[in-house]
Design a protein around this ligand. Structure first.
Ligand code: RIB
Length: 290
C-alpha cells in the first residue's frame, strides 16, 4: 500500500492569453474548478497506475470538501482517514497562460491537523510500502510522519514543495527528496548540483521538459524528457511523485522507477488540470516504448 500524507485542495483555474501585470485587469477565456492539492494529486497519480492508495488529509465540512473526498473515492483511494473540520477546504488559485502557471494556495483545513492525525499516521505508516509527503500541511506533522517511517523502516518520499516551510532539519530524515530545480536551489543554493553529489540515490531533481537528474554513487544520472504538446504543467511534479512511489512499491530499482515517473509526468501535461491527464500504466509503458 502507498500512503499519501498531505494536502487536498480545490483548484480554481483561470486561463488567459497573458498574465496580468501589477494593477492590470485582463480577460480570461476559461474558468474551472478542478480537484487538486499536491497530496491528493499524488494519491490520484499512484491510484490511476493501479496502486492501492490511502490518503491522509483534512478537508472542510463544505461542498468542496465533500466533492474532493468523493473524487478520491471514485479513483479507488481509501479515504476513511480523511478528517472534516470547521475550517474551509483548501483552495488553489491557478492562473494558466502560455504553457506556464502561477499558483496561490490558501491552505484552510490543510493546516488543521491534530493529535488524531498523528494517531492515524502511527496506524497507517507501518502497514505501508511507500509513504509520500509534501509541504502543504503543518511542518511538524511532516516531521512526525517521517520519524514514524524511519522507526518502522518504511520508504518515505519527501516532495519539498512548496519550499516556504522547508527547514534544514528535514534533510536529516531517511527520505528520498524530489525537488524541482528551483526548489533544489532554495534548499542547497545555486551550487545545488555539487551539493547533492554527497547524497547519492537520496535526491531526484525534476527538470520540467528536460526530464530529471539524480546523483548515483558513480555519476550524475540524467533521464531525458519526452517532446510533448504542453497544455498545462500543473500537477506534472505530483504525477512524477505518485508514479515514483508506484515503481518503488513494485520493488523496481530507483533508476527504473525514475524513468517510469518521467514518462508518466510527460503524459500528465497534455490536459488542463492537475489530475485530468494523469495516465494509467499502459499509457506510460507505451510512451516508454516510443
Ligand atoms: O502541484 C499542483 C498543486 O499545487 C495544485 O493542484 C494546487 O492545488 C497546489 O497544491
Amino acid at each position: 500500500m502507498i500512503t499519501v500524507i498531505g494536502s487536498i485542495n480545490m483548484d480554481l483555474v483561470v486561463r488567459t492569453d497573458n498574465f496580468p501585470k501589477q494593477g492590470e485587469t485582463r480577460l480570461g477565456d476559461l474558468f474551472a474548478t478542478i480537484p487538486g492539492g499536491k497530496g491528493a494529486n499524488q494519491a490520484v497519480a499512484a491510484a490511476r497506475l493501479g496502486a492501492e492508495v490511502t490518503m491522509l488529509g483534512v478537508v472542510g465540512k463544505d461542498a468542496f470538501g465533500q466533492e474532493l473526498t468523493k473524487t478520491l473515492q471514485d479513483e479507488g483511494i481509501h479515504t476513511t482517514a480523511i478528517q472534516s473540520v470547521d475550517e474551509p477546504t483548501g483552495i488553489a488559485n491557478i492562473l494558466v497562460s502560455n504553457q506556464d502557471n502561477r499558483i496561490i494556495v490558501v491552505p484552510g483545513a490543510n493546516h488543521v491537523w491534530d493529535e488524531q492525525m498523528v494517531a492515524e499516521m502511527k496506524r497507517l505508516i507501518p502497514k505501508s510500502k511507500v509513504v509520500i509527503f509534501q509541504l502543504e500541511i503543518p511542518i511538524d506533522m511532516v516531521k512526525k510522519g517521517l520519524a514514524i517511517c524511519q522507526e518502522h523502516s518504511v520508504q518515505a518520499i519527501l516532495n519539498p514543495a512548496p519550499t516556504d516551510a522547508f527547514t534544514e532539519e528535514l534533510l536529516h530524515f531517511n527520505a528520498l527528496l524530489t525537488p524541482n530545480e528551483s526548489e533544489a536551489e532554495t534548499i542547497w543554493g545555486s551550487e545545488w548540483k555539487q551539493k547533492i553529489k554527497a547524497l547519492p540515490n537520496k535526491v531526484v531533481v525534476t527538470l520540467g521538459k528536460e526530464g530529471a537528474m539524480y546523483p548515483s554513487e558513480v555519476s550524475d544520472e540524467y533521464v531525458t524528457g519526452y517532446p510533448v504538446e504542453v497544455v498545462d504543467t500543473t500537477g506534472a511534479g505530483d504525477t512524477f511523485n505518485g508514479a515514483l512511489a508506484y515503481g518503488l512499491a513494485q520493488d523496481w530499482n530507483l533508476a527504473k522507477s525514475i524513468e517510469f515517473a518521467n514518462a508518466a509526468a510527460s503524459l500528465s501535461v497534455e490536459a488542463l488540470g492537475a489530475q485530468t491527464g494523469m495516465p494509467n500504466v499502459d499509457s506510460v509503458l507505451e510512451r516508454m516504448r516510443r
